[in-house]
Ligand binder design. Structure first.
Ligand code: LLP
Length: 390
């Protein structure tokens, strides 16, 4: 556990221990979000000049306060279901349909009809839907999502390109798509690719943009090139923060090679992951065969990422910041599955005891929204902790 003991001085929640303990006292499991962190991340992306349009992938965290902050900061919203569309229009006052992008996967046809009726931008990634439902698509404008033949991401389950993935139209089918579109008087105005999530190489987007630029030139009617989301955050102590400058420089360079297009991105995680923590209460502490385990009142039901992707989230004992030398604990949840583990062999104070408040860091993206009621446990609560008025 040696390597895990260094501290990251920049983490917002380290200075807000009392406030977080007070929140935890109102009930756990509970997600707490710091809107200032969301705003700061939004501003970092807004400063990237090469990007003309920014959509927040709301699937990462659809909390109404987060959506409102991001729309205030000039972000559009990317939705993937009729439910997400209804949600954004109900919680964000005065939301402009042109600032919303609908990018579903294998959605039922009535969701496309709903999106067109709302006047939002719609992305499609296959010819079959056009052929099957001409009446829904006739005369519309569409963004086309392509599969560049490869994917990327922090785990196989979040790779969204390549033949094994269900997403995107293979580039050699673009002509067929355009033929089907022309027959229905459909204009293809956007070109889209999203190859995966948690991609840690800044060059990735430059390459995607370059390839999309080439395809857009052949299509002719494209005004927006959307290079997807997928920006990572440093979950682990030794993860390098994402090199935004290299990312921005790459985009600026490739954009200059394809003038005349608006460049769009649609990040989720980057904007919200670090803003959120999951507060849990320790339930039982047990030693078995030399392994110490601390149980928490939420596990894979509250935060699925460790179980689904072996994802890493730092875990701290908020109640005992000075609780003596740390020892290794497996941190487990209350769910009746062996996979219900939040972290293995984590350094926690030796005195960690039932009733202590545990903080699971960087849980603001794909946390609450993927929580479930397995074992009929209640969903976590959510609190918005801070918003400084500027
Ligand atoms: N655009 C599209 C078309 C997407 O499918 C996604 C994410 C995004 C944008 C935003 O990706 P981000 O910037 O957040 O990486 N539950 C997984 C992540 C699944 C991502 C699904 N698509 C996780 O917890 O790591």
């Amino acid at each position: 556990i040696e390597g895990q003991l260094r501290r990251r001085p920049e983490r917002w929640w380290q200075g807000r221990r009392d406030a977080l303990l007070a929140l935890a006292a109102t009930g756990t499991p509970r997600y707490a979000y710091n809107l200032d962190v969301v705003r700061a991340r939004a501003r970092q992306l807004k400063a990237v000049q090469a990007v003309d349009r920014r959509f927040f992938a709301i699937k990462a965290n659809p909390h109404p306060d987060i959506l409102r902050v991001l729309v205030e900061e000039g972000f559009g919203l990317e939705c993937v279901s009729a439910g997400e569309l209804a949600h954004v229009f109900s919680v964000v006052p005065g939301l402009e349909p042109s600032c919303v992008l609908f990018t579903p996967s294998f959605a039922p046809v009535d969701e496309y009809a709903d999106a067109f009726a709302r006047g939002v931008n719609v992305t499609l990634d296959n010819v079959e839907a056009l052929e099957r439902w001409p009446e829904v698509f006739r005369g519309r404008a569409l963004w086309l999502r392509v599969d560049l033949g490869r994917g990327d991401g922090h785990h196989a389950k979040v790779v969204t390109g390549g033949l094994a993935s269900k997403f995107g139209l293979l580039v050699d089918r673009v002509e067929a798509f355009l033929d089907a579109a022309r027959a229905l008087d459909v204009r293809v105005t956007g070109l889209h690719a999203h190859l995966g999530s948690g991609v840690d190489t800044p060059d990735h987007w430059r390459e995607v943009c370059d390839e999309l630029g080439g395809i857009a030139g052949r299509i002719g009617s494209i005004d927006t090139i959307d290079i997807g989301g997928g920006l990572p955050i440093p979950y682990r102590e030794d993860d390098e923060p994402f090199d935004l400058e290299a990312w921005a420089a790459g985009l600026a360079e490739v954009k200059a090679a394809y003038p005349g297009y608006r460049l769009a991105i649609e990040p989720g995680r980057f904007l919200v992951a670090e803003s959120g923590v999951l507060l849990l209460t320790a339930t039982q502490v047990v030693e078995k065969g030399g392994i110490r385990r601390v149980g928490a009142d939420g596990g894979m039901n509250a935060l699925m990422r460790p179980t689904l992707y072996d994802a890493w989230h730092d875990i701290h004992n908020l109640s005992r910041d000075d609780g003596g030398a740390p020892v290794a604990f497996d941190v487990v949840g209350p769910i009746c599955e062996s996979g219900d583990v939040l972290g293995l062999q984590r350094p926690l104070p030796a005195g960690t005891a039932p009733g202590d408040v545990l903080l699971v860091a960087d849980a603001g993206a794909y946390g609450m929204v993927m929580a479930n009621t397995y074992n009929l446990r209640a969903l976590p609560a959510e609190s918005v902790l801070v918003e400084s008025k500027e």
